[in-house]
Ligand binder design. Sequence first.
Ligand code: CA
Length: 193
Amino acid sequence: MKKFAFLLALAAACLFAQTAAANLVANGSFEDGNFNGWTVSPEIREGVNWVYHSDTAPPGTEWAAQSGLYAAYHYGSTWSTFSQDLTTTEGQYYNLQFWLWTGGGTPNEFKVTWGGTTVFDQTNLPASTIYDNYNYTLLASAGTTTLTFGFRHDSAYFHLDSVSVDPVPVPPTMLLLGCGLFSLLAWRRVRPR
Ligand SMILES: [Ca+2]
């Protein structure tokens, strides 16, 4: 009976372990009020690449943050990047999510890369009326994955906010199968001979 309880606890622990997940992106909502955690190229400078405090902007308007009080901004024809090295697990899928406001006007270009692979690259995006949500499921192929946002917006602003990268949970059926096999192996080891 004790062995049965042990195996039951083992299976429960196996299932519970799956629920732990955290955003890998440091300062993804820019609520530090700056670019802490990010590498910005070619420079951090107000009016080019900067973090803006939006408490005076009415919610839902262009100069409001998507979440919290701060968002990151790019303006101008200088190609600029915000990037961050993430600690990932090779073979693990991740959900990348972020929110972008496009000021409109041409030319503009917005590009996203994941470990050097282009996820999104579009020129002359139309003006936003609300922050647009972008969502991708991506596979990590190394222990470190660089996430990079690239911008050019000659006559208006890009606003980036609420960047998150979370491990994609294993599908429940696969998890149950894995836990079942693990418990079965444990059972074979502890059963009386
Ligand atoms: Ca924010």
